[in-house]
Design a protein around this ligand. Structure first.
Ligand code: HEC
Length: 118
């Protein structure tokens, strides 16, 4: 991790108003493992994750979700985000996301960071 990357991650968290160290760790993981596909706006690569915590699963109208994720129903809570990130293929078999965060502590951090995205 370069000093610039750390400063960048810290600035992101500061901007979003969350000071927790957990969310700061999650920001770093997000930069490395999620950002390629998840930007501020939905793209063909993936839906926007702004405001994803508490949102309906597969709830955006500007992204074409897989039938598998749409069929899940429910909302994104700490528990469902954790289960999805642990194994997207188990959570929604046949879904379009394959990126997993295998380490539970990293998952908790990324989830904390997702909650800061408005
Ligand atoms: C290679 C691209 C890619 C990467 C990397 C990726 N995702 Fe995804 N993500 C997707 C796609 C595609 C979907 C839509 C899945 C579907 O429709 O089945 C998705 C969906 C999601 C959703 C559900 C969003 C909603 O609106 O219901 C969450 C939450 C999510 N990703 C979190 C993450 C996190 C956190 C990371 C990093 C650890 C990550 N993703 C990494 C492509 C990616």
């Amino acid at each position: 991790m370069t000093r610039t990357a750390i400063l960048f991650a810290t600035a992101l968290v500061a901007l979003s108003g969350a000071g927790s160290a957990l969310a700061a760790d999650g920001a770093k993981t997000f930069q490395l493992q999620c950002k390629t596909c998840h930007g501020a706006k939905s793209t063909a690569m993936g839906p926007s994750l702004a405001g994803v915590a508490g949102r309906k699963i597969a709830g955006l109208t500007d992204y074409k979700y897989s039938a598998a994720l749409i069929a899940k129903g429910g909302t994104w809570t700490d528990a469902s985000l954790d289960a999805y990130l642990a194994s997207p293929g188990k959570f929604a078999p046949g879904g379009k996301m394959f990126a997993a965060v295998t380490n539970p502590a990293d998952r908790a951090a990324v989830t904390a960071y997702l909650k800061t995205l408005k």
